[in-house]
Write a protein that binds this ligand. Structure first.
Ligand code: ZN
Length: 347
């Protein structure tokens, strides 16, 4: 028995198939889900802005949505002053919520968060970013986990609707992160490398409880535009996401960090793009990275088969390869920029 550890297994596909390099998208691009700095240290706000603009020009990215202001108002202000102020036509920067204040503010927290968001917008923020701790870690003044559709937050969602600004929201995570880490887990290597990405239930709520709360939140606020990050936070089940898009006309999704999922179900994903072409936004969630842009363009535009969705030898989100969707121009145009342009221009 010649068994080798999974960690050294490096199969090289012997397929002989077409391989296309796409360095520029067919249409101008709005990257609707991205970041410019990690919360702790050396981001683009400390580097020359001209270099960043050159890189975006090279990738054909016309407008870049930086969600980092969702980490806190200090970062929001740094990015507004250090990045957006230099090229306001090229950047949108989203604000966020300081959940740590719930303990001291109690049931008044929702109104406080709404007022803070209003002030962030007055300062230049272009939308609201909600990170995944909401639904997994955020607790109220009694130490009780806050459900995603908790009515105490209604003032916040209503304010975003009133200001006509989108809420970019990420809840839960890949389904496998909620499963036991055993030999059947399709994200075994990824979770093994990042043990803190596991959300076993208990203590965490089950994946589907988070998703049904999410659906109820979006349905309860029809005046507010929600963009469900990472294909509506459930890219493994496009039927479920499609149902939510059908149920909630105020719901949109971005494709960031999930071409791995979309590209391993290319027939289903292609039907999804054709049917919901008006509701899908482009984004990569990987910084201003040229190689990643190229892979996304290849995935959307070509019918290349069985290629790596990441840069490393071992694909980061699971050991599979993806196929391109070869989307028609009228769909590409909407996904690359028309949909995002509409949502971001409503101020
Ligand atoms: Zn992100």
């Amino acid at each position: 028995m010649n068994d080798i550890p999974l960690s050294v297994f490096r199969p090289v596909p012997r397929l002989v198939v077409k391989s296309t390099t796409v360095t520029r998208a067919k249409f101008p691009v709005i990257d609707a889900h991205n970041h410019l700095a990690e919360p702790f240290g050396g981001g683009w706000d400390q580097r020359p802005i001209a270099a960043l603009l050159d890189r975006l020009d090279e990738a054909g990215v016309r407008l870049y949505v930086d969600l980092d202001g969702g980490w806190g108002e200090d970062l929001l202000h740094r990015h507004l002053d250090g990045i957006k102020a230099h090229a306001p036509e090229r950047f949108r920067i989203f604000g966020g919520v300081d959940w740590s204040k719930w303990a001291e503010l109690g049931d008044g927290f929702g109104q406080w968060a709404a007022d803070r968001f209003r002030q962030q917008v007055a300062r230049g923020a272009d939308g609201l970013k909600i990170w995944k701790p909401f639904g997994l870690h955020v607790r109220d003044q009694h130490g009780v986990l806050v459900a995603i559709d908790d009515p105490r937050l209604d003032p916040l969602w209503a304010t975003a609707g009133e200001l006509n600004l989108p809420v970019m929201i990420h809840v839960a995570d890949p389904v496998a992160f909620f499963d036991p880490l055993d030999a059947t887990n399709e994200r075994f290597e990824e979770l093994n490398a990042h043990p803190d990405w596991q959300f076993p239930s208990p203590p965490f709520p089950p994946f589907m409880k988070i998703m049904t709360d999410f659906h109820s939140l979006v349905a309860r606020h029809p005046q507010t535009t929600f963009i469900g990050a990472h294909v509506g936070c459930y890219s493994e089940n496009l039927g479920w996401v499609g149902q939510m898009l059908d149920d909630c006309p105020n719901f949109y999704v971005d494709i960031s960090a999930r071409i791995s999922e979309l590209g391993r179900q290319p027939y289903t994903a292609r039907r999804f793009f054709l049917r919901y072409a008006d509701r899908i936004l482009f984004g990569i969630d990987a910084g201003a990275d040229l190689d990643t842009y190229h892979i996304y363009y290849r995935f959307l535009e070509t019918d290349d088969e069985y290629f790596n969705y990441g840069a490393g030898a071992i694909p980061g989100q699971g050991r599979w390869q993806i196929c391109g969707l070869s989307l028609p121009d009228e769909v590409l145009e909407k996904v690359y920029f028309r949909n995002a342009e509409r949502l971001l221009a409503r101020r």
